[in-house]
Design a protein around this ligand. Structure first.
Ligand code: PBG
Length: 326
């Protein structure tokens, strides 16, 4: 009678042993909550394709951020939905623009209890829905867009944003915004670069959330879903340009890219569990086809395991609450 030489099951025999040998841990401080604030609202409005997520009024936004801070969430990422849009996205760098007004209000409310971050991109503010300004032929004009991002960066820093989330995928955007910030004395304002941001179908619900005007797609600036090496290249470029943190987005369909980026840079690497990832789990759970809490914790843990130091997720406050219960 011979016995198995290897018994990995020994380490799985009780909850206490499993907890002791667990490789990946989640903490509330590693979670960032994306929030939408819409100009002109007097109360929060639900987003149909993202059950549980709201377009906030200024008041309900303040309350949501206070709750997130109480749950121990590490930060919030603010997105603005303006009432009026134009070709150059004027609302983005207007100090009275909704995102800048909301940033000031939120910072006044929570101070340093968590890190207040803002989306730096033009798509919510342009009437054509692209992340940059357009050239005469209708293409997205990279270098003209950099000037807009620089102005937006300064406006957001003035409003009190601690960290700017550069999500537009223009070449040279990190260097352009860094130079603009430094030139105005905002040397401590951090840059989170959405370095490996893939063009694809998983942003669908977000487009409803921000009332996106986009027709067509973003394939001339966001990455092709088939390209892993290119994602790593983008991250290396952004670190070279001065990014403090780099990000991979979406998360679950791109865990390979996340792991590669983690191995290739020495700054923090974050991942964004996007609206489509959220909606899939919520829809399946609503049908009783999946265990909601189990699926959420498993997906967030998987993203951590693949190498994310922190995760943007619409479940941030809820997961933080669960972790504190445990
Ligand atoms: C661009 C931006 C997008 C998301 C975050 N920042 C939309 C896009 O690239 O089309 C998507 C986030 C999500 O789907 O949850 N400002």
């Amino acid at each position: 009678m011979s016995f198995p030489a290897h018994r990995p099951r020994r380490l799985r025999q009780t909850p206490a042993v499993r907890r002791l040998v667990r490789e990946t841990h989640l903490a509330p401080s590693q979670l960032v909550l994306p929030l939408f604030v819409r100009e002109g609202l007097t109360e929060a409005v639900p987003i149909g394709s993202m059950p549980g997520v709201m377009q906030h009024s200024l008041d309900s936004l303040r309350a949501a951020v206070t709750d997130a801070a109480a749950a121990g969430v590490g930060g919030v990422m603010l997105f603005g939905v303006p009432e009026v849009r134009d070709a150059r996205g004027s609302g983005a760098d207007d100090p009275r623009g909704i995102l800048n007004v909301a940033t000031e209000a939120v910072v006044a409310e929570v101070g340093d209890a968590l890190v207040v971050q803002t989306d730096l991109c033009l798509d919510e503010f342009t009437d054509h829905g692209h992340c940059g300004v357009l050239a005469d032929d209708g293409s997205v004009d990279n270098d003209a867009t950099l000037d807009r991002y620089a102005a937006m960066g300064i406006a957001q820093a003035r409003a009190g944003s601690a960290m700017l989330g550069l999500s537009g995928m223009m070449d040279g955007q990190v260097a352009a915004v860094r130079a603009a910030l430094d030139g105005e004395g905002f040397i401590d304002t951090m840059i989170l670069a959405y370095s490996a941001k893939y063009a694809g179908a998983f942003y669908g619900p977000f487009r409803e959330a921000v009332d996106s005007q986009l027709k067509g797609d973003r394939r001339t600036y966001q990455l092709d879903p088939g390209n892993g090496r290119e994602g790593v290249r983008e991250a290396l470029i952004d670190v070279d340009e001065g990014a403090d943190i780099v990000m991979v987005k979406p998360a679950l369909p791109y865990l390979d890219v996340l792991a590669e980026v983690r191995a290739s840079v020495d700054v923090p690497v974050w991942a964004y569990q996007v609206s489509g990832e959220y909606a899939m789990v919520e829809a399946a759970a609503a049908h009783g086809w999946i265990d909601r809490r189990g699926a959420i914790l498993e997906s967030v843990t998987a993203i951590r395991r693949a190498g994310a130091d922190a995760i943007l997720t619409y479940w941030a406050a809820e997961v933080a609450g669960w972790l504190r219960e445990q």
